[in-house]
Design a protein around this ligand. Sequence first.
Ligand SMILES: Nc1ncnc2c1ncn2[C@@H]1O[C@H](COP(=O)(O)OP(=O)(O)OP(=O)(O)O)[C@@H](O)[C@H]1O
Ligand SMILES: [Mg+2]
Length: 267
Amino acid sequence: MALLTLSNIHKTFEKGTVNENHVLCGLNLEIEQGDFISVIGGNGAGKSTLMNSIAGVLKIDEGDIILEGQSIKNFSVDVRSKDISRVFQDPRMGTATNLSIEENMAIAYRRGKKRSIFKKSITESERQIFKESLTELGLGLEGRMKTDANFLSGGQRQALTLAMATLVRPKILLLDEHTAALDPKTSDMVMGLTKKVVEEQKLTTLMITHNMEHAIEYGNRLVMLYHGKIVVDVKGEEKRNLTVAQLMDLFHKNSGQVLNDDALVLG
Ligand SMILES: Nc1ncnc2c1ncn2[C@@H]1O[C@H](COP(=O)(O)OP(=O)(O)OP(=O)(O)O)[C@@H](O)[C@H]1O
Ligand SMILES: [Mg+2]
């Protein structure tokens, strides 16, 4: 059984108006435990809408989302957040800027636990857990636990957000262009950390990226969205040997369209 099954998902925005926009059009995807999937597609293809649908930020119009055999499509964002973690493009989104690094970590650590726990101050054993997680990042943040997240650079913040998203092992990790706002060197650093944590925790991961090199280099599987459906799905050996030229070819074969404009994929 797949870990997460997306079955015949439809999502239309502004239904019944002149701006009606059918963004997800019968999308099907079976995600296996341990899959690390790069998700690519042009601007407006529906990649973020797909992630928002999985996380519960958006309600789908039709179809089902099944996690470990149970439909979660009617579950709130809060309930789903116990199993599904996210890292966004904007470094300011993942952390509370007026809280310290350790306070941010505490919120992440207590996610999904009993309400009363929120009132408690941070214990020494919790602090130790946070310290270990931060040390793994190799950025020296473990020595700055009382510093406000506000004072961190974009790359440090994305690294912290990644540590928070995986502090309690999620069943699904969703990354929506989480390195796109960073300079190339910092982006590679955060990708390196991503690979490390995904491998160490054997996380099932969906990663949206416009960086074709990253899409090809990372993960065991790559899917391409086009007009609200998945038109390319490569994995294993085929994914390992994939070139951009082959990707264009696969797109052509499966969609009947010629991808003559790199921008469609590269954004
Ligand atoms: N909450 C919303 N309300 C109305 N329209 C929306 C909403 N969210 C997304 N859309 C529209 O749905 C379409 C798909 O958007 P989405 O953000 O999923 O694209 P994307 O593939 O993530 O693109 P990008 O690569 O630019 O991030 C776009 O036309 C967008 O304007
Ligand atoms: Mg997007």
